[in-house]
Design a protein around this ligand. Structure first.
Ligand SMILES: Cc1cc2nc3c(=O)[nH]c(=O)nc-3n(C[C@H](O)[C@H](O)[C@H](O)COP(=O)(O)OP(=O)(O)OC[C@H]3O[C@@H](n4cnc5c(N)ncnc54)[C@H](O)[C@@H]3O)c2cc1C
Length: 403
């Protein structure tokens, strides 16, 4: 008998959750399931700002697929997906057929073709991109004392463009860690300047005004300069910002671009219609024209009562679980009847390791309690994919400041 082939593309929150849920329910399944991802490890994108600043090690950030997947149930292949055709996926190294396909290839930074951003700015979207930023920051601090008279590129100023989760979490983590780095390297910490450039009138536009203002207060307390306006150009030593009143330059030799994401560019090379490298899905997370193809997480444009879901890890995770149960039904020859419904359980944005703002089950939280909940959210994810052993090895436990 021909076994049904299921391919899952991408081992992030959506793809891995789908694979692990299938693995846990595999006794009911008669199918060959393969997870294909371009790295042989899963990483929590929500912690990449910590890897970039050096407060969370790359070793801890990687959870190897072959250690958490049961190869008798789910096969793992390392390959980079280049293109998807009608019933075939083209990778860099091989081609793959499928009966059912799950696309969960995640996000890429969107630089909106703004002049100079691709050339001069760092972006944060993978462990490797985070490690590049980390090395750059460490070199800046390490070499600062020795180079300052001979190297005009030498400054400890950082422009962080974008005031969503990634920008705020990165800037705050850097501000907390820069004091430590300055101390280690014997540098006056006042020489460090972190500029957070926000297009919206307040940071974290997904939160209510009370939380946004609280977050701004906390960022200012960390010494971060909040600058409002749109970045119109990125240069080697500055970004050009435009607001209602003027156009001005914000000086810094290091720019981190966190001002937007899109889906995966492999989708633009495929047979589907895309918008921002994402694909529109129906209420069952399928592409309407291709009932055997599901799209999850940041690659999907999914709506509930006409409101498009903001792409988040929480959304991808719930989509992954839903998709796995839909596949189980399809393999049992049952139609999918229940539409995907996103349940917003809360969101927390960290502001340094021991502070944050957010809401949990509709209650606003801030300070150490927010940091505590943030850790619970991260650890719960690790528990769901890797069990208690991985939580103990890789979990987040620090939420109180030593003072
Ligand atoms: C610093 C930072 C902080 C964030 N904080 C939060 C937060 O606090 N809360 C929240 O809900 N969300 C947060 N997000 C957003 C969240 O990380 C994403 O929404 C989430 O990762 C989307 O999940 P996904 O499964 O769609 O994609 P991802 O988790 O990005 O997974 C994509 C997978 O596909 C693989 N892949 C990519 N391209 C290819 C290819 N061509 N071929 C093969 N494999 C490929 C990748 O290696 C990866 O395994 C944050 C993001 C960042 C960067």
């Amino acid at each position: 008998m021909n076994r049904v082939k299921i391919l899952i593309l991408g081992g992030g929150y959506g793809g891995l959750k789908c694979a692990i849920t299938l693995q846990k329910n595999i006794s009911k399944i008669n199918a060959d399931i393969t997870l294909i991802s371009k790295h042989d490890y899963h990483y929590q994108s929500t912690l990449l700002h910590k890897v970039a600043v050096g407060t969370y090690s790359a070793r801890k950030a990687r959870i190897y697929f072959r250690k958490i997947l049961d190869e008798n149930k789910i096969k793992f292949i390392k390959d980079k997906i280049v293109r998807i055709e009608q019933s075939r996926v083209i990778g860099k190294f091989d081609e793959y057929n499928f009966d059912y396909l799950v696309i969960a290839l995640g996000f890429k930074p969107n630089t909106f073709s703004i002049k100079g951003v691709d050339e001069f700015a760092y972006t944060l979207y993978s462990v490797n991109s985070a490690l590049k930023i980390r090395k750059h920051i460490e070199d800046k601090f390490k070499d600062f004392k020795f180079n300052k008279n001979i190297d005009s590129n030498n400054d400890l100023a950082f422009n962080v463009c974008g005031s969503g989760f990634t920008g705020v979490e990165f800037a705050a983590e850097l501000a907390s860690q820069s004091k430590e780095l300055a101390k280690i390297c014997g540098i006056n910490e006042n020489l460090v300047a972190i500029n957070l450039i926000s297009k919206s009138a307040q940071v974290l536009p997904m939160f209510d005004m009370k939380l946004r203002l609280k977050a701004e207060e906390k960022l200012k307390k960390l010494g971060i300069n909040l600058i409002y306006g749109s970045v119109v150009e990125c240069k080697k030593d500055s970004v050009v910002v435009k607001n209602e009143d003027s156009i001005f330059e914000v000086k810094a030799h290091t720019t981190i671009w966190t001002a937007g994401v899109k889906g995966n560019e492999a989708l633009d090379n495929s047979i589907f219609e895309t918008k921002g490298s994402r694909i529109k899905v129906n209420e069952f997370l399928q592409i309407s024209e291709y009932g055997n193809i599901f799209v999850l997480g940041d690659c999907a444009i999914a709506a509930q009562r006409d409101i498009i879901h903001a792409p988040t890890a929480q959304l991808a995770n719930q989509m992954g679980e839903y998709c796995a149960y839909s596949l189980i039904d399809l393999l049992d020859n049952k139609p999918i009847t229940k539409a995907f419904k996103f349940i917003h359980r809360g969101t927390v944005c960290s502001i340094g390791h021991t502070d944050g703002v957010g809401f949990i089950f509709n209650i606003n939280v801030a300070g150490e309690i927010a940091a505590f909940f943030k850790n619970i959210i991260e650890n719960r994810w690790i528990l769901s994919i890797g069990g208690i052993i991985n939580v103990l090895k890789k979990g987040q436990f620090r939420f109180r400041s030593s003072s």
